[in-house]
Design a protein around this ligand. Sequence first.
Ligand code: AMP
Ligand code: MG
Length: 536
Amino acid sequence: MKTQDNITLENALHFDNTYTRELPADPESTNKVRQVINSCYSRVWPVKAGAPKLVACSREMAGEAGLSSELCESEEFVQVFSGNKVLSGMDPYAACYGGHQFGTWAGQLGDGRVINLGEIVNKEGRRWVLQLKGAGPTPYSRMGDGFAVLRSSVREFLCSEAMYHLGIPTTRALSLLTTGDHVIRDMFYNGNPQPEPGAIVCRTAPSFTRFGNFEILAWRGELDLLRRFTDYTIRTDFPHLGEPSKEVYGAWFDEVCRTTAEMIVHWLRTGFVHGVMNTDNMSVLGLTIDYGPYGWIEDYDPGWTPNTTDAQGRRYRFGNQAEIARWNLIQLANAIHPIIEEVKPLENALQTYSDHLRDTWQGMMAAKLGLAGFNKESDNELITDMQDLLQHVETDMTIFFRRLAALDVQGNDASISSSAYLIEHFSDAFYVTEQLNDEYRVRLRKWIDQYRLRLNHDRIPDDLRREKMNSVNPKYIFRNYIAQLAIDKAEQGDPSMVSELLEVLRNPYDEQPGKDELAKRRPEWARHRAGCAMLS
Ligand code: AMP
Ligand code: MG
């Protein structure tokens, strides 16, 4: 199929499939669920979609892949990214990996609803793996069917791109399509399965390698393959580290620790809660990966988790994510220990994780508050007091920081020292006005006084402070209830809100005239509504 200027997908995309070329394949070719030993992947083709239709395409990701908007709107694009047409340079496969789920070793997991199409190298020489999520079963599908529904696909597609524009390391999404087929899902796990529209997201990343890819090989005692896979990872994804050796393995793990710490700090900055930080959902590139029951904290609550299946233990709650990332890194350290044969470099790197996390977190909090830098003497207390304040009454974290930036602290207006003025100033951030009692009013005023005193040390002009704060404190996040509104419409055949959100979330730090509705705190009707509060 040709577009006007005769450029087809086949000649726009340059494939260079290192994963399937350099790593051993599962010798069995039937597509049935099994344990796959001594191999890194199984070749498998996508299932054909009945009546695929494009819902949305990310123009930034398309540009990165070298695809024009004409190509993205072509029939060929629909055929390829619904899995109906496999291009000649592709070599579709599902990867084998294992993982610790909720703290327990789960054995082999693998790409159960993902089929990798291949790796492209773009004009700038950057490598992108293209994969279809929801294109049918693989040998790793276990109890699942390998398909995905529209609601989870809208969430993954939009959140990937929202995270990217927020400056958070993440896997990306090129396209979202409906398949025209139905998928049966028991959404509430209450024995009432319903047909739902099927969908496919084309996800992209320089690599999708997870901690679990190493864990499965170590667990099986496939140490030669573990070494080979680690060497492959270093050569392909970490070429700056040099030729693999025991020292380089240590340097590699150190880098994984650092990038993981940075990713976590970004999550804490923006209120993102991953929800399923199992080791199979941890990228060695420090990318946010696998958007399932994730969510964004609205009122500041470190104990909040979006994941209903984690509601009891709350292992993956907002405030526990740094600790869990460390736990996951320890599992990766255990997995690669047999090829490093030394404990010290692993321990050092884990210490680096903690130190780097602390330093990065302090810098990030200082930036959120508009301080010139983190002051060890004063700022721990300032931040702890603020966190207490935010929890004292239900306060929207995102709105709070934007309103804090808006405050004129250097003007001559004496009303800034009055509780009434401050309550009014922050009113958009409060969920329950009845909670704003006298005790709270006094606390708010005292904390603002403390904050102003601290700002006096830096002497940054208000407008400059505001500009800097607004560049790290987003106005627009992909709020859970807003995602649900877009899903409701898309399920009724109207994808306009998906496109609107894709557009608004491209500039999360900017004021956007006419879009204030999408920056508002969660309305009361959404407090307990399925999809808006918790997911599984
Ligand atoms: P997740 O919690 O989404 O990261 O998934 C954990 C494991 O379950 C991975 O191995 C997935 O591939 C697999 N899985 C999840 N959903 C499905 C599905 N619908 N069909 C097949 N496998 C699935
Ligand atoms: Mg996963």
